[in-house]
Ligand binder design. Structure first.
Ligand code: ARG
Length: 590
């Protein structure tokens, strides 16, 4: 059905041709002064410069040729006005806007065009590396952001028709595994252990190996040596370490799947660092043979510095002097594995911003080493930190790492309290289920409404509020719309005989709705789901003002009522569509 603004631009381009203006000047932009105009033409200055004319004269000339423009037989603008010092202010005709909105109503894709027509890149498949959980360790709050942002981006790409591959990239290898294995042996737990056991075992083993001077705990070097040996045996595929490790992996993955499911997050692949364990050694040997990696103080490195670098860019170490591989080696081997097994156009890593240097080194090393098949886009969505109210990284009450599970439970309890205090009729619906949906929406939206790279302050009470830019507010908007539909026994069939009511708030709603495709594209280009949050927040506000100012249920003129209902239907559909992308569930009541 095409984007209305693009259509308007095309018509303006035709009109420009008549006065010998280049079509590259023919585009309208959202007005900076919404009280005066919806859109404006900004190119008068550039045209004036090129033609050595006065910008206001150009604005008048343009106004004259476009003022009676029509689109599919409908007048495009209600107002076309040259404005100082050289713009053309435009107000779009409600008839035209609504004609377009009617089409959206009957379109499963809500007016969003096909990938080929809306994206001018060649990206067909995107691989997302997100989640990054570590085996045998519980998910902590730091894992919330990367999981929910990654999932939202993945769904956004799918919505735009791009294929995705989601890989969790587990931290399932290295010394942490040796530590857990040795501790399990010492505690005689090899035959039966659960995820809760593992959550206790890892910190215990880590403390034992490292010690803690502040608590006068000496490092247990003998234990630490055994953990290193175990890790080495695991790398060499020896028993019993390999079987124990597999068991740890199975138990952890099963638990992770459950935890992520609570957040509506799921992965196509649960690959990990261990997936490439047998690739790393020969890969580095090959780098050395081809001279890609060179010796430096007994270790092997790849130089990744570029002349234009402003920041420090140390060489990427791929093999330590004792022969051991590193985090970077596994990441480069993972790129190789992905190149060998999938057909990917773009790689997106949704990972903590503190790993920027590491990832940049790996991306460059992969390019230099010729691991890539053809040109590939690499993007690190550098995720900021979730801070506590004190502005420092969020901690649990006792000052330790905050477990995600604890946070979710706390949010659920609070949501349940709020529901009880509000004392609304929930029919025979399950309060726990509703509280769960509200709390997850609160946590996820609180996170997603901040740009990924920003650090933000985690404020549970604010996130759970039914007012303001919060998840519960958006959900409440939908619940309200639903209750209107119930009151008028709306059967979902929209009556096309509606009669347009024009006023400022309705005009604003029209303008928002027709921008939906552009908003999705903006989120796509900026790798930023907060663009979508902002949009549905504004749309929800518009709906709420509209609801406040218009009697929908009581409207006796059926034509008008049909029109109102049609607006509610589109708003409802668009907000639900966005929540689907953000992977946020909607309760029936709240
Ligand atoms: N497991 C890592 C961590 O906890 C994050 C993994 C990020 N992804 C990657 N390809 N390096 O720090």
């Amino acid at each position: 059905m095409g984007n209305l603004i693009k259509k308007i631009n095309t018509e303006i381009a035709k009109a420009f041709k008549d006065i010998h203006l280049d079509e590259s000047y023919a585009y309208i932009s959202i007005s900076g002064l919404p009280e005066l105009a919806d859109y404006q033409i900004n190119s008068c200055f550039n045209i004036a410069k090129a033609q050595k004319k006065n910008p206001m004269d150009v604005a008048s000339e343009i106004s004259d040729v476009i003022k009676d423009l029509t689109i599919d037989g409908t007048k495009a603008f209600l107002k076309v006005e040259p404005s100082k010092p050289g713009f053309v202010n435009l107000k779009i005709n409600d008839e035209l806007l609504y004609a377009y909105i009617k089409k959206i109503l009957n379109d499963d894709k809500l007016g969003v065009g096909d990938k080929e027509t809306i994206l001018n890149d060649n990206i067909k498949t995107i691989l997302l590396d997100y989640g990054g959980a570590n085996v045998a360790k519980p998910l902590h709050v730091g894992h919330l952001r990367v999981a929910v942002i990654g999932e939202a981006l993945k769904r956004l790409y799918n919505r735009l028709g791009i294929k995705t591959i989601g890989d969790i990239h587990l931290g399932d290898y290295g010394l942490q595994m040796g530590l857990v294995i040795e501790e399990l042996k010492d505690e005689d737990m090899l035959d039966s252990f659960t995820i809760s056991d593992l959550e206790i075992i890892y910190p215990k083993a880590s403390l034992r190996a490292k010690g803690d001077p502040s608590k006068n705990i000496e490092p247990d070097t003998q234990f630490s040596n055994r953990a290193h040996e175990s890790t080495k045996r695991l790398q060499d595929n020896l028993e019993p370490e390999t079987s124990i490790w597999k068991k740890i992996l199975d138990i952890s993955i099963e638990d992770l799947k459950k935890r992520y499911a609570e957040l509506n997050v799921s992965f196509d692949y649960y690959y990990g660092e261990s997936t490439v364990k047998d690739i790393m050694g020969p890969m580095v040997d090959d780098f050395i043979k081809r001279g890609v990696a060179h010796e430096s103080n007994g270790a092997y490195v790849i130089d990744v510095k570029e002349d234009t670098d402003k920041k420090e860019m140390p060489p990427c170490i791929v093999r330590k002097s004792d022969g051991a591989v590193l985090y970077a080696t596994s990441d480069i081997a993972t790129i190789k594995f992905r190149e060998d097994n999938f057909d990917v156009d773009e790689y997106i890593y949704v990972v903590d911003k503190r790993q920027s240097l590491h990832l940049e080194q790996c991306f460059r090393a992969a390019k230099i080493a010729g691991v890539l098949k053809g040109d590939k886009v690499f993007k690190h969505v550098a995720v900021g930190t979730m801070n506590g109210m004190d502005g420092k990284p969020f901690k649990s009450r006792d000052g330790g790492v905050a477990k995600l599970e604890t946070l979710i439970t706390e949010a659920k309890n609070k949501a349940r309290e709020i529901l009880k205090a509000n004392d609304r009729d929930m029919g025979n619906l399950n309060i726990d289920d509703i509280a769960s949906k509200i709390s997850i929406a609160a946590l996820k939206y609180g996170d997603l409404s901040n740009s990924p790279t920003r650090d933000y302050i985690f404020n549970m009470d604010k996130f759970l509020s039914f007012e303001g830019n919060t998840g519960p507010y958006i959900l409440y908007t939908l619940v309200r719309i639903r209750s209107i539909f119930e009151k008028i026994s709306f059967d979902g069939n929209i009556d096309e005989t509606g009669e347009i009511v024009s006023d400022d708030i309705i005009h604003d709603i029209f303008l928002k709705i027709i921008r939906y495709e552009d908003v999705l594209l903006e989120a796509y280009k900026s790798y930023d789901p907060s663009v979508l949050c902002k949009y549905i927040y504004e749309l929800s506000n518009d709906f709420n003002s509209f609801y406040h100012d218009h009697s929908i249920i009581g409207e006796e003129n059926l034509q008008k009522r049909n029109f109102y209902i049609s607006l509610l239907v589109v708003i409802d559909k668009i907000i639900r569509d966005v929540l689907g992308i953000l992977a946020i569930d909607v309760p029936e009541r709240m």
